[in-house]
Design a protein around this ligand. Structure first.
Ligand SMILES: Nc1ncnc2c1ncn2[C@@H]1O[C@H](COP(=O)(O)OP(=O)(O)OP(=O)(O)O)[C@@H](O)[C@H]1O
Length: 647
């Protein structure tokens, strides 16, 4: 019937038939191209390769831009070499590199290669890392199903961008200046033509653009730039550093072979990243290893037949037994009466820097560790350390630093049989120097091999080193990000008031941007500063009063405090779960944990109950506390509750 959807499709099919009639295409290819042309009625914009059917092997026969993104279509009688479909993908991605949508830039996460075979093809079909292979009768699900990534306007603007960038592709059944609409339809009724359009439109009104699809110019630059050696991405909390690390891994995975590595000091960071990567590039999941550095070292040593399991309880007992020996700990207590401080000295300074002789320790810089330790006094610390080592060896155990150092030694003795195509270290500011050396040894210095991602204001573990001490020269390679996409303005303003000193960039000598200079992208937000006597009731009341209590966390400084709050919530009938057992889902119980565990996460609502006064007389302790506070506050997207009990 004239004017109906089917009539329109038939019209398009005939018009395509007409347009293709002089082309010497095999009949099945004509059928497929006609079928693709019909999709103009569903918001797809096809472009045909002008050389088809003699399309060069590494180019697509057609490209389609539409609601489900950009399809790079290869029409093949037989299975193409994987390098052909990859080259076609990369060719289209490079053409798309400058495509803008409003102020945002399109990422190549919207691009997919599809190989279409004639009916009856018996070879491999289905999805793999490089492309989706289908027969001509399986086009429907590819064109109709799946997540809608682009609006009609966006698809058109991307198609026009492609048309303007190459003569090889030409619009089929549409023109860059005049988009044909079904007869009798104007732009408004065209919306009704597509039942999802309305929903999509309203989704795009949100201030959040999807991080998988849209990047800003600096972010896209950081994803695509070629670095001639190690590089670093820095910027305050919430500016998309981890997002870029993931985009870059996907970008490099599509241009290299072999494995890539994403690692970090904390175990939660790689697991959160792995989950995000599955959303960004589901087909590339097997190419990237997401593992924290200690686990990497442990597995690597095990693979070389070397024992590397750490028994935390035994390690703790070894330290405690030395600490209990008054002749060893008394001098240390006299200088600073804090077990934690001396544990950090052993873990982060002596072993963390892989110091092996007293001579080296005597003169090592201890920036960020407070009052200088006179060189002579250091002999007491060294003696303490030696006894700790003896205690470990008598118990036959290693600590976590031993594992890193053993892995480093093993790697120096016999390198990896196959280099990673790229290594990304997230939250690099929290690594020890030994950890950083290991990461560098794993990656090497070749172009694009090592990307360090971090922010000195968020350093939560003691320590201090220069990149050059690990043999890493940045030579200015890297980007600084400024736009905050996570925290609503009120939350960002509050967190920006925390005076967190950036020791990391101070040590590295590089420029940095503090959180209060970040540019908020999301308006609104709410911060509640509670003062009073009954904090438990106040927190519960605020929690119950939330409009949306999904993705809510209570963050504390200590494990003991986290346990306390978990009990408080449970006793009040509020489902709660420890943050370290979080499966990444944003609905469900309130998550409770320390802010160490909260690294790399984000929540809609964050509660920071006030805790027993831990104010320290020491400047470096106060600095560390402020940095942790800043990390905790910047986990909140919409709502931040800060408790300050008195009485
Ligand atoms: N271009 C973008 N468009 C939309 N959202 C974005 C964009 N870039 C980042 N985001 C969002 O901003 C938030 C913060 O990103 P990300 O976790 O990568 O920041 P970060 O700099 O690593 O933060 P932190 O240092 O605090 O861990 C995430 O919700 C992410 O999805």
């Amino acid at each position: 019937m004239p004017g109906t959807f089917h009539h329109r499709q038939e019209q398009l099919r005939r018009a395509a038939e007409q347009q293709l009639k002089d082309r010497l295409l095999p009949p099945w290819q004509k059928r497929v191209l006609q079928r693709l042309s019909v999709e103009a009625a569903n918001g797809w914009y096809p472009l045909l390769n002008q050389f088809a059917p003699r399309t060069p092997a590494q180019r697509p026969d057609a490209v389609l831009v539409g609601p489900q993104g950009v399809l790079v279509v290869l029409l093949r009688e037989t299975e193409p070499d994987w390098t052909d479909s990859r080259a076609a993908f990369v060719w289209v991605s490079e053409l798309l590199a400058g495509a803008t949508i409003g102020p945002a830039m399109l990422s190549e996460a919207v691009v997919r290669a599809v190989v279409v075979h004639p009916m009856g093809h018996t070879g491999h079909l289905g999805e793999d890392e490089e492309h989706t292979a289908i027969t001509e009768d399986q086009l429907d699900p590819v064109l109709r199903n799946g997540e809608r990534l682009l609006s009609a306007d966006e698809a058109r603007s991307v198609a026009e961008h492609l048309d303007s960038r190459t003569f090889d592709l030409a619009p089929m059944m549409w023109s860059a200046r005049r988009i044909p609409l079904p007869r009798g339809q104007d732009a408004e009724t065209a919306e009704l033509f597509d039942p999802h359009e309305q929903r999509l439109r309203s989704a795009l009104q949100r201030p959040f653009r999807d991080w998988r699809i849209f990047l800003d110019g600096t972010q896209l630059g950081a994803v695509r730039r070629s670095y001639s050696g190690p590089a670093r991405i820095t910027g305050p909390a919430g500016t998309g550093k981890s997002v870029i690390a993931l985009h870059r891994l996907a970008y490099l995975a599509r241009r290299t072979t072999g494995k890539l590595l994403f690692t970090s000091h904390q175990s939660t960071v790689p697991s959160v990243a792995a989950q995000q990567f599955r959303q960004l590039a589901p087909h590339l999941g097997n190419r990237v290893e997401f593992v924290h550095l200690h686990a990497w070292a442990r597995d690597f040593l095990a693979g070389r037949g070397r024992l590397a399991e750490v028994d935390d309880r035994e390690v703790e007992a070894a330290f405690e037994s030395v600490w209990q020996r008054a002749e060893l700990s008394a001098p240390l207590r006299g200088f600073r009466n804090s077990r934690g401080y001396w544990k950090d000295e052993v873990d982060r300074v002596i072993k963390g820097r892989a110091i092996r002789s007293f001579e080296a320790y005597r003169s090592v810089p201890r920036k960020g560790r407070g009052r200088p330790l006179p060189p002579d006094f250091r002999s007491h610390v060294w003696q303490f350390y030696c006894e700790y080592e003896r205690e470990l060896s008598e118990r036959g155990v290693f600590d976590h630093n031993d594992v890193l150092m053993r892995a480093l030694a093993e790697l120096e003795r016999r390198p990896l049989p196959r280099q990673y195509a790229a290594v990304v270290v997230d939250e690099v500011q929290d690594l020890t120097l030994a950890g950083l050396r290991l990461a560098h040894e794993i990656s090497g210095d070749a172009p694009d091999q090592l990307l360090l991602v971090g922010d000195g204001q968020q350093q939560v573990y003691a320590g201090g080193w220069r990149l050059s001490e690990a043999g890493i020269e940045l030579a200015g390679r890297g980007e600084i990000l400024r736009c905050n996409y996570r925290n609503r303005t009120a939350v960002l303003d509050r967190a920006g008031q925390v005076e967190a000193i950036n020791r990391f960039d101070d040590l590295d000598g590089g420029p940095s941007v503090p959180l209060d200079a970040a540019l908020p992208q999301l308006p609104g937000g709410r911060v509640v500063e509670w003062h009073g006597t009954d904090q438990e009731s106040a927190l519960l009341e605020a929690l119950r009063g939330l409009d949306d209590d999904s993705a809510t966390a209570v963050l504390t400084s200590t494990n003991a405090s986290a346990e306390h709050w978990e009990n408080v919530l449970r006793s009040a009938g509020v489902p709660a779960r420890p943050l370290d057992r979080w499966d990444g889902r944003t609905t469900g119980p309130v998550l409770v944990g320390t802010l160490f565990r909260a690294k790399g996460t984000e929540f809609r609502n964050v509660f920071l109950p006030g805790e027993p006064d831990t104010a320290s007389a020491f400047r470096e302790d106060r600095e560390a506390q402020l940095r942790r506070r800043l990390v905790a506050m910047t986990r909140a997207r919409d709502y931040l509750w800060i408790g300050a009990p008195h009485g």
